[in-house]
Structure formats: structure tokens, C-alpha cells
Design a protein around this ligand. Structure first.
Ligand SMILES: N[C@@H](CCC(=O)N[C@@H](CS)C(=O)NCC(=O)O)C(=O)O
Length: 263
């Protein structure tokens, strides 16, 4: 057994972590994952050596106490070393061996795995130009995913304004993906890369908007992705095909809304 190239701390399961795990499977490297279900992560010490904290250490005057800022309400316990490695304080939080180097943003964690596994399989392009083209897709993906994060977090009380912003971001990203897939087999060219992995993970997570369909209907709106398969057949087909392959299916099995799964 080889040593892990990264340790990732996160709430679990988390499609943003799956990005790194799928890449690790495909390029034959080991990634260690530590974490707990989302509601329990408030009871953990966020650190390279993350661990659940006993009740008596979870106090308002703890030196580690911080207010959750995005997706978490209430107090979180983050060490100074965690914040040095992860200045934005988010999970998934990856660490290089020993814990000194923090890598944050799930797409950058994905890049780190692909770089480590490059001797086995080139998921991050064959040269600097190809890697930069893949970065272009990853940047476009993050713009979409950030908008999706805001929208999905607000789905308990959706607003027309957030829905409109999301619809514009979705349309822009999906149109680009559809265009790329009309010209090549994979997003960045003729081979599977981390651009495809990020696309599948973030689009699949976005489809969770369907769980808010009743609340959207209550304000006269419908899920943005409702006609996705007809509007963007290549993009949705690409996602479905990849999700059926071994590396993806072990994480995404049963995850897609029924109308978007192949079966
Ligand atoms: N774009 C980031 C999103 C990460 C993110 O925003 N994580 C949130 C949870 S969904 C977080 O860690 N929040 C910590 C806090 O509320 O302090 C990624 O892909 O990694």
C-alpha cells in the first residue's frame, strides 16, 4: 500500500470530495478522507488531525471557536494551524503529507490529485497548454458551482432574484459544455480529464434543485434543469455515460434524480 498523496477533511458524503476520489482511482494514487455527516461537523475540531471534540471542549470561550460563514450556521472549531493552511476556512480541506501545505477549493484539490498521479495517467493534460485549457474549463465550472451553491443553500426559501441569477449562470455554462462536446469526445479534447470530473460532479450536485420543486412552484417558478436533457443533450448524455463507468458509479450510484439517470 502506497502512502496517501493527500488527506481531505470534509463533511461526508460530499460530491466535491468525490472529484478527488474519482481522479485518485483513475490515476492510481491514494487519498485519505476524514470526516462525518454534515450536522456532526460542528462537533469536530477542524485540523490536519481532525477529531470529534468532547462536549466539555466545545465552549464559546474555546480558542478554536469561529462562526460558520457559508453553509454552516452556529459555532465551528477551527485550529490556528487549520486557518493558516486554509485561510477561507472551508471544507473540503486537503493537506499534503505532514499537514503543512493546505489545498482548498475542490477543483484545486482535484488538480493536486491529478498532478500526483500524472506518471500513471495524464488527467491534467499532456503539456502546459493542455493543462491551461483544462484550467479554463475548471474556472468556468467554479463560476457555475458558486452560483449553484448560493441557490441550493437558499432553496428552503427561494427568491426570484437568485433563481434568475442561477438560470443565467446555468445557461452560460451548459451552452459552453454543449458546444465543446459537439466538437470533441471529452470537454477538453480527445481524452477524459479533470475538466470532465468537475463538470459531472457539479452538474449532478446542482440537479439536487429538484428537491426544492414544490417551494419553487409556490413562487411561480420551476427547476432550472427541468428540460436539461432536451436543451443540452450532449452535456447531459456525457454526465450520464460517465456516471455509469466504474470510477464514477461507486460514488454517484443512485445519486441522480430518476429522470436523469440512465436506467
Ligand atoms: N467552492 C468551494 C466551496 C467550499 C465551501 O464553501 N464549503 C463550505 C460548506 S458548503 C464551508 O466549508 N463553510 C465553512 C464555514 O461555514 O465556515 C469548493 O469547491 O471547495
Amino acid at each position: 500500500m502506497t502512502a496517501p498523496v493527500l488527506r481531505i477533511f470534509s463533511y461526508l458524503p460530499n460530491p466535491r470530495v468525490w472529484k478527488a476520489l474519482i481522479a485518485a482511482d483513475l490515476c492510481g494514487v491514494e487519498v485519505e478522507v476524514v470526516g462525518d455527516e454534515p450536522p456532526n461537523l460542528g462537533n469536530w475540531l477542524w485540523d490536519y488531525d481532525a477529531r470529534p471534540l468532547p462536549d466539555e471542549e466545545r465552549t464559546a470561550d474555546s480558542p478554536h471557536a469561529r462562526r460558520g460563514r457559508r453553509g454552516f450556521s452556529g459555532t465551528l472549531y477551527k485550529t490556528e494551524a487549520f486557518l493558516r493552511a486554509h485561510p477561507f476556512g472551508t471544507v473540503p480541506a486537503a493537506f499534503g503529507p505532514g499537514g503543512d501545505v493546505g489545498v482548498f477549493e475542490s477543483n484545486s484539490i482535484l488538480r493536486a490529485v491529478a498532478r500526483a498521479g500524472a506518471p500513471n495517467r495524464q488527467l491534467y493534460g499532456r503539456d502546459g497548454y493542455e493543462a491551461s485549457r483544462i484550467d479554463s474549463f475548471l474556472d468556468a465550472d467554479l463560476v457555475f458551482a458558486r452560483e449553484a451553491q448560493v441557490y441550493l443553500l437558499e432553496l428552503r426559501e427561494p427568491t426570484a432574484a437568485t433563481h434568475a441569477r442561477m438560470a443565467a449562470a446555468y445557461e452560460f455554462y451548459l451552452a459552453g459544455v454543449e458546444s465543446a462536446l459537439g466538437r470533441a469526445e471529452y470537454l477538453a479534447g480527445d481524452a477524459l480529464t479533470i475538466a470532465d470530473i468537475a463538470f459531472v460532479s457539479d452538474l449532478a450536485q446542482f440537479l439536487g434543485e429538484r428537491r426544492g420543486r414544490r417551494r419553487l412552484a409556490a413562487i411561480g417558478l420551476e427547476p432550472i434543469s427541468r428540460r436539461g436533457r432536451e436543451e443540452y443533450p450532449r452535456a447531459y448524455g456525457h454526465m450520464r455515460e460517465l456516471i455509469e463507468t466504474d470510477a464514477f458509479s461507486k460514488y454517484f450510484e443512485g445519486y441522480l434524480p430518476r429522470e436523469d439517470s440512465a436506467s
